[in-house]
Design a protein around this ligand. Structure first.
Ligand code: O2Y
Ligand code: MN
Length: 600
């Protein structure tokens, strides 16, 4: 048995680490204590082995650079499974494997996988340590890169073990890079055992087990049992000129700009009124009903794992400020001067560098097929502490989080969905969330322009049958005495030439202002067949040159488009068979009737 300096008296945790060590055969076991000294030691070790490269300490202090294997650059949804005893509990929205088969298959890949390596034991808390809202996990991994990322993304170390005590519950996460073979890669979730097994990958959502695996897939399963919500949502506070802060939680499919919205800087026209934005989180919201009967949200993470390409001072100045120190850059371009670059970064395009694959790079290079060679991978990332964000809320460590006034759903739609509309009731809002959809962009697999249904932006992350998930949302509405209003936004509507009609980015605050005003009953609405839309004069357009007619067109509701939308919604809902809640069908029928009853 490998000797280890035990940092806990928790017998179940000790037994499990011994069992997993007996399976994976590491040479050494190291418990991560969360200290700066240990972090520095591990960083030096990773630099010495080449696992990470130290960036220029003057220009980017405390920053590291990492490249992943070429076949390991994004979450692998087709290798991600929910392993429940009954297939129907995983639902048509998930890949399913019986737990016995999952453990057996993965055990085969884990056996001896850590030979010659160290197994790190990372105790982590999702949410402030000790908050009744938080959940504890322990990740066993053979990757220092994972340890260094987890130290940023979660609260790690001795304080977590103290909180866990000798009998506390925790999620058991086992990860090994093994030999990074995509044919032996599996990301398995066992919600009934509170366990995650991830093997054969070294990157991102596949391996930072606190994030998508625990905080969304496992947590959504727990949340259903315990009457709360684990959601793929940003959380932000909108401070109005009076100093009142209205908090919203917003769900957008991956790569639809959640990080940019969460860190929004008000446009000049609204800044002079006194608006400020407070960032609470950019990816995950855990929301509970507090003693006041309303919904409160915490961000369970302590860092950002953001997409680098396209991030610059114009699109997201707060992100640029956040990532100037103590940041891990993955799969971006490495410059000769020990700094980094990506497509769409600030400043001039560098004249040379080393690309994300480790090859020399110059602008304008093309491959054998004549395709442009990128310096940074499109899914290259920065990992940075929340605390470094200039707009970060001062309620980050508040155990109950922030009170949510509005829930916003959004998609990327060239047509059909107006700039913003409001649900008439909680049930109608759940229906709007359940019908969320986005058009595929060039960066995604599948036909461009095709609609992908992504309810509540949770399709890849709901750890159980989505029909039951809709039911859970409906049920939550009944438990609250003060229910948030629900809205849908679409920043991506285009004109006949394919140009975006709405400028997006910081200008989106104009829509958020209307949403907060609605929550405070400050403005009235126009009733339409799909829900409530604003009176155009209630959207403050000060300082924005947008023709009145364009604003009007952003709110057009076209009968033919909505009839096609209804057809597509039905196809999606039919995949859930009888399990789909009757309330969702009732909302569907009511919408159909309202649309069919309108003129062209
Ligand atoms: O590709 C990955 O492994 C990262 S995916 C990701 C990272 C941060 C926030 N959201 C996502 C996502 O896919 O929704
Ligand atoms: Mn996400």
């Amino acid at each position: 048995m490998v000797k280890q300096d035990l940092a806990t008296k928790h017998q179940e945790l000790i037994k499990w680490t011994r069992q997993m060590s007996a399976l994976c055969h590491p040479d050494k076991i190291v418990w991560i204590d969360g200290s700066e000294e240990q972090k520095q030691r591990l960083t030096r070790e990773a630099i010495a082995t080449g696992e990470v490269i130290e960036l220029d300490p003057e220009k980017l202090p405390g920053c590291l650079y990492h490249r992943t294997a070429l076949n390991d650059v994004a979450r692998t949804e087709h290798l991600t499974y929910i392993c429940t005893k009954k297939q129907k509990d995983a639902g048509p929205n998930n890949n399913w494997m019986p737990p016995k088969e999952g453990y057996a298959k993965a055990r085969h890949y884990f056996r001896g996988a850590m030979k010659g390596r160290t197994m790190y034991v990372i105790p982590f808390s999702m949410g402030p340590v000790g908050s009744p809202f938080s959940k504890i996990g322990v990740e066993l991994t053979d990757s220092i890169y994972v340890v260094l990322n987890m130290l940023i993304m979660t609260r790690v170390g001795s304080t977590v073990l103290e909180k866990l005590g000798t009998r506390g519950d925790f999620t058991k996460g086992l990860h090994s890079k093994a030999d990074l073979d995509v044919n032996k890669r599996l990301i398995l979730h066992f919600p009934e055992d509170n366990a995650i097994w991830s093997v054969g990958s070294g990157y991102g959502g596949n391996v930072l087990l606190g994030k998508k695996c625990l905080a969304l897939r496992i947590a959504s399963f727990m949340a259903k049992e315990e009457n709360w919500l684990a959601e793929h949502m940003l959380i932000m506070g909108v401070e109005d000129p009076s100093g009142y802060i209205g908090y919203v939680a917003a769900a957008f499919p991956s790569a639809c700009g959640k990080t940019n919205l969460a860190m929004l800087i008000p446009p000049e026209g609204l800044k002079i009124k006194g608006y400020r934005i407070w960032t609470v989180g950019d990816d995950i919201a855990w929301m509970r009903i507090d003693t006041d009967g309303s919904l409160w949200a915490v961000n369970p993470e302590s860092g950002f794992f953001g997409v680098a390409p396209g991030t610059n001072s114009k699109t997201n100045a707060n992100a640029v400020a956040t990532i100037q120190k103590n940041t891990i850059y993955t799969n971006v371009l490495l410059k000769k001067d020990g700094t980094v670059w990506w497509e769409g970064a600030d400043g001039p395009v560098p004249s040379e560098g080393t690309d994300w694959t480790g090859k020399p790079w110059k602008p304008g290079m093309v491959d054998e097929s004549g395709n442009h060679i990128r310096g940074a991978h499109p899914n290259s990332r920065f990992t940075a502490p929340l605390s470094q964000c200039p707009s970060i809320t001062n309620r980050l460590e508040h155990h109950h989080g922030v009170p949510i006034s509005a829930i916003i759903f959004g998609g990327r739609r060239a047509t059909t969905a107006p700039l913003v509309y409001e649900a008439t009731t909680w049930q109608h809002g759940v229906f709007i969330g359940a019908t969320m959809a986005s058009e595929r962009t060039a960066a995604q697999y599948g036909k461009q322009g095709q609609i992908r249904r992504d309810p509540m932006a949770m399709l890849p992350f709901c750890g159980y049958n989505m029909a039951d998930y809709f039911d859970h949302w409906l049920h939550m509405g009944k438990l609250m005495t003060r229910v948030p209003k629900i809205f849908h936004v679409n920043w991506f509507r285009t004109d006949e030439k394919g140009n975006f009609m709405w400028p997006g980015f910081s200008e989106n605050l104009r829509v958020l202002e209307w949403i907060i005003n609605r929550c405070r009953s400050k403005v009235d609405v126009v009733r339409t067949p799909i829900g409530y839309i604003p009176h155009l004069d209630d959207i403050d357009m000060t300082g924005l040159k947008l023709p009145k007619d364009t604003l009007k067109r952003l709110f057009e509701i076209k009968k033919q488009e909505w009839l096609a939308e209804l057809e597509d919604q039905k196809k999606f809902f039919d995949t859930f068979g009888k399990a789909l809640p009757k309330e969702i069908w009732a909302e569907y029928k009511a919408l159909e009737k309202r649309i069919k009853g309108t003129c062209e």
